[in-house]
Design a protein around this ligand. Structure first.
Ligand SMILES: *Cc1c(COP(=O)(O)O)cnc(C)c1O
Length: 355
């Protein structure tokens, strides 16, 4: 049976990206050796990281003066590296979910943290609006897509300070005005690659402004100076990222990804809103086009497990909601197909007809 992958992360990648990675692991570029067994400093690997960096800059139209880094440690390590490198005295954080909260927790180790707004009291079902950003902070940190709750800030905010963003689960799904940010970071396993690499886009002249000493590996300048090769980088995930970046470019870049994301979301949210069994969980204007969360309507609550089993029997994978929201979550990252969304919708319709 054909499987439709709605996993929240690690998640779907285009089949061609997986196949090219598999090939490179068996025999890289026809050199008779695996990508996994050659030096990261070899003449065979250097072009991989160079092209990946160039494609990131091309796809996101990154202005001059920024570096693209490929690091280890996941987005979670960035929660600590960001304040280590950027927080002098005070930073502002928008609390839109568990990931934002984790980022705030680390920042508090380095200075004062102002929570500009929070939707925690409503289980993060909306993006707070109408708040003011203090002007005396070193940066405002936002989480552009809240993977667990299914809310998204799908635009570049206008605030009077520099921004830093965790874009782990929606990077490369829309054009971004990078110039508004001192740093953008993303764990790769949601829209870029397999787990193991984190991409960081950092403004060079925003670095080196804090007084504290920074351990070598946690200092962005180390990685800027060494082109992400201070130590051995995660070569296989970087290669997968390269193949995925090439794939995204061939599809028409982030504008095409954006269009496709909106089409997919319209199909699935359209059915959530139409079907008497289901309802969405977040404020309509804040609905994520990457993670689509929904639950059974109250009068059908007891059918939750039955629907999950039914969907699984139809080939749907990973539609169970996160434990802090319950219900269902259909993650529709860049490689998700219209066909996959239609299959999910067909499944929801068929289940409705049975009840
Ligand atoms: C998954 C996720 C993270 C954590 O990423 P790791 O790479 O596992 O550390 C952080 N932020 C967001 C928005 C995420 O979706």
């Amino acid at each position: 049976m054909k499987k439709y992958n709605f996993n929240a992360g690690p998640c779907i990648l285009d089949r061609s990206v997986i196949e090219k990675t598999a090939q490179a692991i068996l025999d890289f570029n026809g050199i008779g050796l695996s990508l996994a067994e050659i030096s990261h400093r070899s003449k065979d690997f250097q072009p991989v990281i160079d092209e990946a960096e160039a494609l990131v800059k091309e796809l996101l139209d990154v202005p001059e003066g920024y570096s693209v880094l490929f690091l280890g440690g996941g987005a979670s390590l960035e929660f600590c590296m960001i304040p280590y490198n950027f927080l002098k005295t005070k930073a502002a954080y928008l609390n839109t979910g568990v990931w934002a909260k984790k980022a705030m927790k680390e920042a508090k180790l380095f200075g004062e943290v102002v929570e500009v707004a929070s939707s925690a009291d409503a289980n993060y079902t909306f993006i707070p609006k109408g708040w003011e950003c203090p002007t005396d902070v070193d940066y405002l940190h936002i989480t552009t897509n809240n993977t667990i709750y299914g809310t998204e800030i799908r635009k570049d905010l206008d605030v009077p300070v520099r921004m830093i963003a965790d874009m782990s689960s929606d990077i490369f799904s829309r054009p971004v005005d990078v110039a508004k940010y001192d740093a953008i970071y993303a764990g790769a396993q949601k829209n870029l690659s397999m787990a193991g690499v984190t991409i960081v886009i950092v403004k060079n002249d925003a670095l080196g402004k804090v007084d504290r000493q920074i351990p070598t590996m946690l200092d962005y300048r180390t990685h800027v100076e060494k082109g992400s090769m201070f130590n051995t980088p995660p070569v296989v995930p970087i290669y997968t990222a390269l193949e995925n970046l090439r794939w995204m470019k061939a599809q028409g870049g982030v504008e095409a990804m954006d269009k496709l994301a909106r089409e997919r979301a319209e199909i699935v949210y359209g059915e959530i809103d139409r079907n008497k069994l289901f309802r969405g969980t977040v404020a309509e204007e804040d609905r994520s086009v990457m993670n689509l969360c929904f639950v059974m309507n109250d009068e059908y609550k007891e059918l939750e497990k039955e629907f999950l089993d039914f969907a699984t029997s139809k080939g749907m994978v990973g539609v169970k909601g996160h434990r802090s929201v319950g219900g269902f979550r259909a993650s529709c990252y860049n490689a998700q197909t219209i066909e996959g969304c239609q299959a999910l919708v067909a499944c929801m319709k068929e289940f409705e007809a049975q009840h």
